[in-house]
Ligand binder design. Structure first.
Ligand code: G6P
Ligand code: MG
Length: 214
């Protein structure tokens, strides 16, 4: 029986996945190469430094560790600039209503994100209070597809993976949920997320009743 829901942030709660894409692409362009949306799919759910290493490899660019740290700061500054001006209206369709309903029906609610910007993003959305537990990139040591982020979330919520559903838009995130023994709901297209237990276009297609039957 599902007792808890753990949500990824970027691309599930809000469309910051697009901001990550814009900022990473700007960085790649500044290094004289480009990448497309298909490659971007492989970056979703991946930590800042690991994403950067994948991008540099794609462009055939070699950098020292110090330069990599500097580039990560540049990208994050651009990303944080894109976040400015975000409001409550930037939550994806159906998210707030679903969270309100889940809370009213007594589900435990957690966040499981690789982002170190998760708390400010939730504050922009005025959604911080929905989450009993927030496990983000400041707390984890292993990135998705390792299940650590969701395991830490379930433990802090006091639930078992088999009683918990994870909502994810990333290939690596769905895999992390499966690796941890969670019910995995992919938010996006079945072509990308076909390995999930269920795929929905977005949380606007999800209701508490649907979750109760998982
Ligand atoms: C999420 C996003 C990734 C991003 C990662 C780290 O998992 O899907 O695209 O690289 O968080 O985010 P941060 O905000 O810490 O750079
Ligand atoms: Mg995501």
């Amino acid at each position: 029986m599902i007792k808890a829901c753990i949500f990824d942030l970027d691309g599930v709660i809000t469309d910051t996945a697009e901001f990550h894409f814009i900022a990473w692409r700007k960085l790649a362009n500044s290094l004289n190469f480009d990448f497309n949306k298909e490659f971007n799919e492989t970056l979703k759910g991946v930590s800042r430094i690991d994403s950067l290493e994948m991008i540099l490899k794609l462009g055939g660019v070699e950098k020292t560790d110090a330069e990599i740290q500097e580039l990560a700061v540049i990208k994050n500054d651009w990303y944080v600039d894109l976040l400015k001006g975000m409001t409550q209206d930037d939550a994806l369709p159906g998210v707030r209503d679903l969270l309100i309903d889940l809370k009213a029906k007594g589900y435990k609610i957690g966040l499981g994100s690789a982002s170190k910007n998760a708390v400010p993003v939730l504050k922009f959305l005025d959604m911080l209070d929905f989450f009993e537990v927030i496990i983000d990139g400041t707390k984890t040591t292993k990135g998705k597809p390792d299940p650590q982020v969701f395991q830490m979330g379930a433990k802090a919520l006091g639930v078992k993976p088999e009683d918990t559903v994870v909502f994810e838009d990333a290939l690596s995130g769905v895999q992390a949920a499966l690796n941890g023994g969670f019910t995995a709901v992919g938010c996006g297209s079945p072509e990308n997320l076909g390995h999930a237990h269920h795929v929905v276009a977005g949380l606007n297609e999800v209701t508490e009743e649907w979750i109760s039957k998982l």
